[in-house]
Structure formats: C-alpha cells, structure tokens
Design a protein. Structure first.
Length: 250
C-alpha cells in the first residue's frame, strides 16, 4: 500500500475517534505517523499536534451547533493547561526518542484501561464547580499534550465529567475546545519543526482526519458507547504494547 493510501486510512481513523469519542485521535495518529509513515518520534508528535488541532476545531464547530459545548468552562479548563503545554513542548525536544516512545506507550495503556472501566452516567449529579480540581486536571493535561504531542481528549472527557460536573455529551463537545487550545499552545514552541515535516504525508492525513471527524458522530449513533470503548481500548492496548517493546529494544 502506498504512503498516500496509508496516510488517508490512518487519518480517517484518527478523525473518527475524535468525532465519536471527543478524544483519542492523537493516540492513533502518533504511532501511525511513526510506524506506518516513517516519521521520527519528534516529527510525529509535532505533526500530530497540527493534525489534532485542525481536526478538533472542525469537530468542535459541529458539536457547538448542537449546543454541546460549554465555552466558558472549556476555556477555563484549557487556560490552566497552556503554561504546562508550552513547558512540555520545550522539554520534548530534549528527550531521547526512546523516552518519548515509552511515555506515549504508558499514556496509551492508561487511556485503554480508563475506557475499559466504562463511562460515567449520562446525567451526573448536580454540584458546585470544583475549580481547583478542574485547574489541576487542566494543567496535567497541558503537560501531557506538550511533551507527547497528544490532544488529551481521552483524559479531558472523564475529567470534565467527574471533576467539573458536565454531562457526557457536553464533556465530549467541550473536550474538543480543550484539545484545540492545548494543541495550538504546544505548537507555538514547535514552529521550527513544522518546516521539516513531510507535507505530502501530513497533508492527506490531516484532510482525511477532518472528513473522518465529521462522520464520527454518525458512527457513534450506530454503535453503543460500550462497544466503541471496547474496540478503541483493544486498539490502544495493542499500540501500547508495540511502542513499549520498541522503546525497550531501542
């Protein structure tokens, strides 16, 4: 299969994950960019930030039209992560490739285990906004975004539900706002790395991801939430195992 077809297929899968689950796109994008398309870990995480930012913004517009985005909450949550995202992006360039690969494998495994545990109820109990917990979760999410090039939606959704008290649909939509802001913040310190990317690969990947994100909600409507989580968790565990083995052997 040609690189172009691989990029289109991987991009579509990335977009579907973001559109259906409100996160998880970069967990698929980074290993695809490394192992299928031949990018280095640093180039892959940089490209992932760009792809996820564009794709998340596209999906965000669709969710916003449906009234599922809490703008103020999302901006407050994302603001706490901007500083850590910038610091993390600066640190990423100084870490060895094996460390980035191993760190990503650990994050992928954690995400898979969270999904296997299931999602919270659609209508959580009402309560006051837990600003401290929301800020802490946002800061941690920003750090992960900066270092590993992940948007962090797979962590943002449960944090917005349990930590902030949003309904599940609102958490999915609002997480896309958080992902977009975090990814753009991390890209500020990786602007130089963008020039060295293989745009013949990254461009089609991003385009397919945008189209996939628009279809993600249709897919989620056809499959149960538990089925989507189980499938995605299985993929994540496989990705984590391959990347961890690669980090140990390198």
């Amino acid at each position: 299969m040609s690189l172009l077809l691989l990029a289109l297929a991987a991009g579509a899968l990335t977009g579907l994950a973001l559109g259906a689950l409100g996160g998880g796109g970069s967990i698929l994008a980074v290993p695809a960019l490394i192992y299928l398309l031949g990018l280095s870990p640093l180039a892959a995480t940089t490209a992932s930030l760009l792809i996820v930012a564009v794709t998340s913004f596209t999906a965000l517009l669709a969710h916003s039209r449906d009234g599922h985005v809490r703008l103020r909450t999302g901006l407050l949550f994302a603001a706490a992560g901007i500083g850590p995202a910038l610091l993390g992006a600066g640190l990423s360039g100084r870490l060895p490739a094996a460390a980035l690969t191993a760190g990503f494998a650990v994050v992928a495994a954690v995400a898979a285990l969270r999904m296997l545990r299931g999602t919270p109820p659609e209508e959580p109990a009402a309560g006051p906004l837990r600003t401290g917990r929301a800020a802490g979760a946002g800061a941690g999410l920003g750090a992960v975004t900066g270092v590993l090039g992940v948007g962090g939606g797979f962590l943002a959704v449960p944090a917005l539900v349990h930590g902030v008290g949003l309904r599940m649909r609102e958490a999915v939509g609002t997480s896309l706002l958080v992902i977009t802001v975090n990814a753009l913040a991390a890209l500020l310190l990786r602007a130089d790395a963008l020039e060295g990317l293989d745009w013949a690969v990254v461009g089609p990947f991003a385009g397919a991801a945008v189209l996939g994100a628009l279809d993600g909600r249709r897919l989620s409507a056809k499959l149960s939430g538990s089925a989507l989580r189980r499938i995605f968790a299985a993929v994540l565990l496989a990705v984590a195992a391959v990347m961890l083995a690669d980090a140990v052997m390198s």
